[in-house]
Design a protein around this ligand. Structure first.
Ligand code: SF4
Ligand code: F3S
Length: 107
């Protein structure tokens, strides 16, 4: 199993999650982060750190967001690792909680 970043990270990218990951398995795209499922050790530390509540265990991903499991696996192979907290995206607070953000995902 692995932990998965889901839709609410898109256009927020608070990055608090990367600070606690002991195995540096977060990868960064323009407006979203993903977890490499091959590296994640299920330590659970990142889940409570996300201000957007975007991180879930693979078997607890909310209904309708199951496609993010595959997206994390796919994009983590393409995007570089991020190990340090950065500033959230502009207007992250306004985007936090909005739905339908998948179509705004930049690759
Ligand atoms: Fe990293 Fe642990 Fe979160 Fe997996 S569960 S991404 S190992 S902090
Ligand atoms: Fe995204 Fe939450 Fe991390 S918004 S960057 S998963 S802290």
């Amino acid at each position: 199993m692995a932990f998965v970043v889901t839709e609410n990270c898109i256009k927020c990218k608070f990055t608090d999650c990367v600070d606690v990951c002991p195995v540096d398995c977060f990868h960064q795209g323009p407006n979203f982060l993903v977890i490499d499922p091959d590296e994640c050790i299920d330590c659970t530390l990142c889940e409570p750190e996300c201000p957007a509540n975007a991180i879930f265990a693979e078997d607890e991903v909310p209904e309708g967001q199951e496609n993010f499991i595959e997206l994390n696996a796919e994009l983590s192979k393409l995007w570089p690792v991020i190990t340090e907290v950065t500033k959230p995206l502009l207007d992250a607070d306004e985007w936090n909680g909005k739905t339908g953000k998948l179509e705004l995902l930049e690759k």
